[in-house]
Design a protein around this ligand. Sequence first.
Ligand code: PLP
Length: 437
Amino acid sequence: MSHAAELDAYWMPFTANRQFKQAPRLIAKAAGMHFWTPEGREILDGIAGLWCVNAGHARPRIVQAIQAQAAELDFAPPFNMGHPLAFTLADRLAQIAPAGLDRVFFTNSGSESVETALKMALAYHRLRGEGQRTRLIGRERGYHGVNFGGISVGGMVANRKMFGNLLAGVDHIRHTHDPERNAYSRGQPAHGAELADDLERLIALHDASTIAAVIVEPVAGSTGVLIPPVGYLQRLREICTRHGILLIFDEVISGFGRTGAPFAAQRFGVTPDLMTVAKGLSNGCVPMGAVFASRALHDTFMTGPDHAIEFFHGYTYSGHPLACAAALGTLDTYAEEGLLTRGAALEPIWTEALHSLRGLPHVIDIRTIGLVAGIELAPRPGEPTRRAYDAFMDCWHQGVLVRTTGDTIALSPPLIIEERHIAQIVEAIGTALRRLA
Ligand code: PLP
């Protein structure tokens, strides 16, 4: 598999294809906290695959659930038909959801969850006779997947600039990254609640009556681990409520225990109207996403004639039986091992360990919450992102998988992590930083 021609056909996602194919990094096997390469080299997983394998790899309950389900019911049409696991799963999810967000719509990815939530928001206003509320507000440095709605409300230039005009009627509030005031914060940064008032600026510009929803990640991952300042989300909630604007939390990475609570909404004590999830929902084992909707929003749809489809939206694989089985096995594993709150118990150890990297060469900020960390490096002059990439490669050669976004090293290990693994991750990063140019 290292012969160049054998690698040609696969056009890899979000990858420098030509660079990768010159020196491929292949993963052939996984269990618990580890991956193995085809040659059998062990790699500690510092990023839960891609923020998704929260219960660790190849967990028996999940594996067995998927195997048994494949033999029992491989597929059932999701439109006008149902299968029992989808109902059971939605009910189980409603039990751990933030209070009131107890209606669940299934998708197959975070990107699809975002599109679904945006459409729900627009349709909701229309059903209530406020069809002029079509404007969607995102945030600078937001990441909401890669479909057209998601990149429109998203705030990452690389995701947007190649693809034309995108959705009309979208605007963005300011991001919350403020290293001058908040560098090296542990947990929520102290400064910046007032940045939520930027929404008032957009309301003054466009008028609230034109705005359907605001979408933010409670903790932004893909744009460098941005943690909400104390009071910021509360203020956003308060402004949205006051102006009849729906608040959407994109919890694709912050959900399922990542911040030390089942959802970041619970950790921060702020409940949105809609919440998008994916990744940890099925432990990354079978693709699956979902949108949690408030009872009030859901019930707004349930008013026309009984025989009419209330929401013209859905996917062939919404609530796929294998995904439902994987997700139920995942929820069982989370419950049995207390994983949805384990991040809170480990947070003090994680925080201490990560902040011990302060003062090492190139480090300009460290941000931590739950079992997430961002270690921001000074960019190499004229070569943004290269220093972080070199750190990633150095860690890979040391047997630790980290991730980088821009010049930030982002960590989000499986929630089964032990202290010795934390020490190994920190040691590898420290070693890399000391020898990096
Ligand atoms: N939303 C957020 C906050 C994400 O972090 C991601 C992926 O990282 C997505 C949406 C997109 O999810 P997917 O890649 O499953 O489409």
